[in-house]
Ligand binder design. Structure first.
Ligand SMILES: [Zn+2]
Length: 475
């Protein structure tokens, strides 16, 4: 007997080459997996379930995949947009004071925000503070966690002048690799496989060659991907050219880093030729349209990457200067930005970006066999969307079916009413069952205020570019 049978829904299965729509659809779930998908009439003949839920006026689709994020920076949401050199001139002074309580408050807030917007997989990249993995494990969400590895001095970039070559600290590199390895060995495939792990050299500009190669080897031994910020900004390219005399993609090709094992994040500064080189290698791309738009004013070359057959996931990146962890926002911005970039309204239609937020996203992070579509045998990670909200109505079925375009260009995330992960409800009727929402709201406000007070008392804050706007009374 199945645990759940959902009937009478608009199903977006994401099977095939598009969205795999089924009218009056039904899904059955048993022991955390999808055991049947089809029409309500078909499934009602064959499936008996402990609980049958009428999902009339709802769309059921796979949960959204946020493949690249720095969840903890939700505690400094909004400190680093609208400036040049956002990392050094916006985030770094706050980052310097990000201790464990602040880090965990930000991470919990991101997870709460994501669940409420339909995210079921959180691809977080962070320094593995104690308690980090537990946030995802206890929230009942699926996560792909990457522990940060770099050989930068402990204080990071705070105090460095823009354009200075960062000093490398090999000992620090050693410590971060060892900590990431311990994390991988403890957490990969834990919690019934809900938590997976990648290796994360932060960027090829932030660690020496020997340690960069060691990361790839350690990951390969464990069957893990490497998750690397790649050509992520003019700052990185400047460091690479100064240190190695070549740009990032050529360097990565030369050292044998371009292959299926790599999840290359951003590609902000990659030329079309460099993008083609990376896509052809089988490497995957994480595209953070909102973040890169806000912090760099750039549309990353995902369209070129996909035209070469490359597979792309979406990521909300960081809330210091993307300001939200919402895959609906990423899907809409990805479609819009690319239409505008190419002056072509046919580029990245609604169904393609929905694939990037679901099945293609799952494939990009190596979980395409487990999640990303409503398909028999896959994990039951699914969301339920109220399609009677005024911004979605009317739902028309012909001659043009309007559901997917209306979801992509009009949904905000608040239309998601239930979320199921691994066959268990984590949100029902917009109440998150696994988290204390009120406590998280209070905690992040208090931690944000505490961090701000520390930054205000430190002269390093005088380098922050938004101070001018504050002093002019504009912000
Ligand atoms: Zn990142």
């Amino acid at each position: 007997m199945s645990d759940y049978l959902f009937i009478n829904a608009h199903l977006l299965t994401m099977q095939g080459t598009g969205v795999g729509y089924i009218k009056n659809g039904a899904v059955a779930v048993e022991n955390g997996r999808i055991v049947a998908v089809g029409t309500t009439a078909e499934l009602q003949k064959t499936i008996s379930a402990k609980e049958t839920i009428d999902a009339k006026q709802m769309c059921i689709m796979p949960g959204l995949i946020d493949g690249h994020m720095h969840a903890s920076y939700a505690v400094v949401r909004g400190v680093a947009q609208d400036v040049w050199n956002w990392m050094q001139a916006g985030l770094a002074p706050y980052h310097k004071y990000m201790d464990q309580p602040a880090f965990l408050a930000g991470t919990r807030t991101c997870v709460l925000e994501g669940i409420k917007a339909g995210t079921t997989l959180f691809g977080d990249y962070a320094w593995p503070m104690d308690g980090w993995g537990e946030v995802f494990a206890n929230a009942g969400v699926r996560a792909m966690l990457t522990a940060r590895i770099n050989a930068l001095p402990a204080q990071g970039m705070a105090g460095l002048k823009i354009g200075d070559l960062y000093p490398f600290d090999e000992q620090r590199g050693r410590e971060t690799i060892d900590r990431a390895t311990a994390f991988a060995d403890n957490w990969h495939r834990s919690h019934d496989g809900r938590i997976s792990v990648m290796y994360g050299p932060q960027g090829p500009d932030m660690i020496g060659l020997d340690q960069l190669m060691e990361c790839k080897k350690l990951a390969a031994e464990r069957g893990l991907m490497v998750h690397v910020h790649t050509a992520q900004g003019d700052r990185e390219i400047d460091q690479m050219v100064k240190r190695y005399g070549e740009r990032t993609p050529a360097y990565l090709q030369e050292i044998g880093y371009l292959d299926e094992q790599l999840l290359a994040v951003h590609l902000t500064e990659a030329t079309d030729e460099e993008t083609q080189l990376i896509a052809k290698s089988g490497a995957k791309m994480a595209l953070c349209s909102g973040s890169i738009g806000i912090i760099d004013g750039i549309v990353p070359p995902a369209h070129v990457f996909r035209q070469m057959g490359g597979v792309v996931c979406l990521g909300s990146d960081q809330a210091a200067g993307n300001n939200c962890h919402n895959v609906w926002n990423e899907m809409k911005l990805t479609s819009l930005f690319n239409k505008i970039k190419y002056k072509d309204p046919t580029v990245m239609p609604a169904w393609e970006v929905l694939r990037m937020g679901t099945i293609e996203g799952a494939q990009a992070i190596g979980l395409g066999d487990e999640i990303g579509s409503l398909e028999v045998g896959k994990k039951a990670d699914m969301i339920f969307i109220d399609v009677t909200e005024p911004n979605i109505l009317p739902i028309l079925d012909g001659p043009i079916r309007t559901l997917v375009p209306n979801l992509i260009f009009a949904a905000t995330g608040r239309e998601v009413v239930h979320s199921m992960i691994d066959g268990r409800f984590v949100m029902r009727d917009r109440v998150v069952l696994t988290l204390d929402e009120r406590a998280i709201r209070e905690e992040v406000q208090a931690e944000g205020e505490r961090l701000s007070a520390a930054v205000a008392a430190d002269p390093v804050h005088q380098s922050m570019k938004l101070l001018e706007a504050m002093e002019a009374g504009n912000l």
